[in-house]
Design a protein around this ligand. Structure first.
Ligand SMILES: [Cu+2]
Length: 251
């Protein structure tokens, strides 16, 4: 094998797993019986393989409820998540309705992709039997606007969302889908199935049916118009819009 062919083969053999900003709540739907608070685990990880990467303290971490956004950045506690630096946060839930937790991380330099990565990540947690506000848009630079309520889904249900960048739908946007494989209970018959890739339609709407209960991450990926500098060179910036959605087991 020539040197070039060898390098090409090595690159092709690199893990297919995708990295995701992750915010995983202790309760997907908080009820009175669950208590008055929710614990969040925040990381930057390969969810199917439970392989953590370093998450720096984010630029922003907020909760939005009834049209009001509250800064929670100071409430993040450093923690080890999937063997890597991440954060945890306990949030006291005082009122019913949907609580949208969102993170804007610091752009992360990824040598393997020769690019910076910034995943705007969110999860929607309803409290006390009230789902009001589940479809609120936060106005993040890039965001998945759910068309399906992003909780209270059965495994097998379809999840639909609109991919938005700077507030506008992105036609044919690429969306990566990955299962948070807690306890490594699931196996993939092919590396190509660790991350599944789908595309949005001409209106930026994508559709996915989860085959299995648990947390599923959707990451819509776009390239920023600007570049950032690394070692004196201009590099591309990948902007990810990530949402975590829980599918429940049919009872
Ligand atoms: Cu990675």
């Amino acid at each position: 094998m020539s040197r070039l062919a060898l390098i090409a083969a090595l690159l092709a053999a690199a893990p297919a797993a995708a990295h995701y900003g992750m915010i995983i709540p202790s309760d997907a739907m908080l009820s009175q019986e669950d208590g008055r608070s929710v614990d969040l685990t925040v990381s930057f990880s390969h969810p199917f393989e439970e392989d953590g990467m370093i998450l720096e303290r984010p630029e922003a971490f907020t909760v939005t409820h009834a049209g009001e956004t509250t800064d929670l950045l100071g409430d993040l506690s450093e923690a080890t998540v999937m063997d890597a630096p991440g954060f945890t946060l306990t949030y006291d839930v005082e009122r019913p309705g949907a609580h949208i937790f969102a993170m804007t991380p610091v752009p992360y330099w990824e040598p393997a992709e020769d690019a910076f990565i910034q995943h705007f990540t969110k999860v929607v947690v309803p409290a006390y039997g009230d789902d009001e506000g589940w479809d609120a848009e936060l106005g993040l630079r890039t965001e998945i606007e759910p068309l399906t309520k992003p909780f209270g889904l059965w495994a097998g249900n379809v999840f639909q969302g609109i991919v938005k960048l700077e507030g506008e739908p992105v036609p044919y946007a690429e969306v990566e889908v990955e299962f948070y494989n807690e306890g490594q209970a699931a196996t993939a018959p092919s590396e190509l199935m660790i991350t599944q890739t789908i595309k949005a339609d001409a209106d930026g709407v994508f559709t996915y049916a989860a085959p299995n209960p648990g947390w599923w991450g959707f990451a819509a990926l776009n390239t920023a118009p600007e570049t950032m500098e690394q070692d004196g060179e201009a590099k591309a910036v990948e902007l990810g819009a990530v949402i975590w959605v829980r599918f429940e087991e049919w009872q």
